[in-house]
Design a protein around this ligand. Sequence first.
Ligand SMILES: Cc1ncc(COP(=O)(O)O)c(C=O)c1O
Length: 423
Amino acid sequence: MSITERDKQYIWHPYTQMHTAADAIGIQRGKGTMLYGEDGKEYIDAVSSWWVNLHGHAHPYIAEAIARQARELEQVIFAGFSHEPAVRLAEMLLPHLPDNQARIFYSDNGSTAVEAALKMALQYFDNKGEKRRTFIAFRDAYHGDTFGSMSVSARGVFTQPFHSLLFDVAFVDTPTPGNEETCLQQFKKALGSGDIAGFIFEPLVLGSAGMLMYRPDILDQLIGLAQEQEVICIADEVFTGFGRTGKMFACDYLNHKPDIMCFSKGITGGFIPLGVTSSTQKIYEAFLSADKMKMLFHGHSYTANPLACAAAVASLEVFEQEKTAGKIEGIVESHKAFAESIAGNPKAGNVRQTGTIVAFDFTTEENNSYLNSIRDRLYDFYIESGIVLRPLGNTVYVLPPYCITETELQRVYEVIKASLAKF
Ligand SMILES: Cc1ncc(COP(=O)(O)O)c(C=O)c1O
């Protein structure tokens, strides 16, 4: 039996209406940007497999680093013990981060990196004996699927069945072009409550909301206002980190520095799940005490898994070895030309780009919901054309691994243009 047939009997897939979804495509192997199906079909992975892959599938250098680590030490409890890949990764990562980031806390995915950040912020004030309990977040935010991360995310289709169980958040309008002023007013009002512990944001691009983009200067202003009141600013770089926005981190576009940062997805080059929450020394020190009740009450069984850390170290080395910054620049330039070429097309609304992410909204008669049927028709068309593109509602976006060749990228653009002509 094929992978697809066996899958159908036992597997429950994420974000999938199993009753109506097409059968899952069985993938046998990957190489570079390409995914190879068991039925002999080939696909260009133009969404980096849910935004995780950086240097290409089955990258031999990262694969070898994981294999080497697996023969040495596969896992060790991370309370009371440490290991080389965890320490090495912290040493390598910190110099890339804003210089106020001092401590690395490990977990094992993006949602848990956010959970740890929220708990750090809340317990920071608790440890100091200050009563601050509320977070500010953008109205369209997406920070993950666990209850804390859902709470600071948009009240929308993803969270609807759980609304009554989510904690209250001070939501402000996302400062997309035209909304900056209302965002700012709402933000100042929220800060006025005096109860704000933290401000959590996806810097520059809100991914799951539909690649909503906004300017760095407005974010700088918000962080400045928040930090005047000692509100902890949490940059969720789970999606934007590791080059997606053109610079290593989206926060590199800012003058103000966040207090806490969250990373996952691309951190291991897309090989193994890993979460990182970094913090300032000041936040870390608020947990130091003779009183055990002041320790950070958070941890996961697979915290700092050595294989994941070894993959992340190898991925950072690949950035140097393969001059990935140059590849990113190439994608940015190609995206620019593509964006210009479709900007006049009436079917392509709000064409926008931040770094290696290019997006537009497919103009349709239907309402612009994530559950829109144009999304399914476009998805099927792209798959039939051998391209993995996964529109968010009617938002089509391209987010390729950095190893994508110019020929592959042009093929992706061509197929998108064909979809604009067809639908
Ligand atoms: C900005 C952001 N934060 C957090 C998450 C959650 O990460 P994970 O899916 O690894 O739990 C995502 C996932 O898409 C994300 O885009």
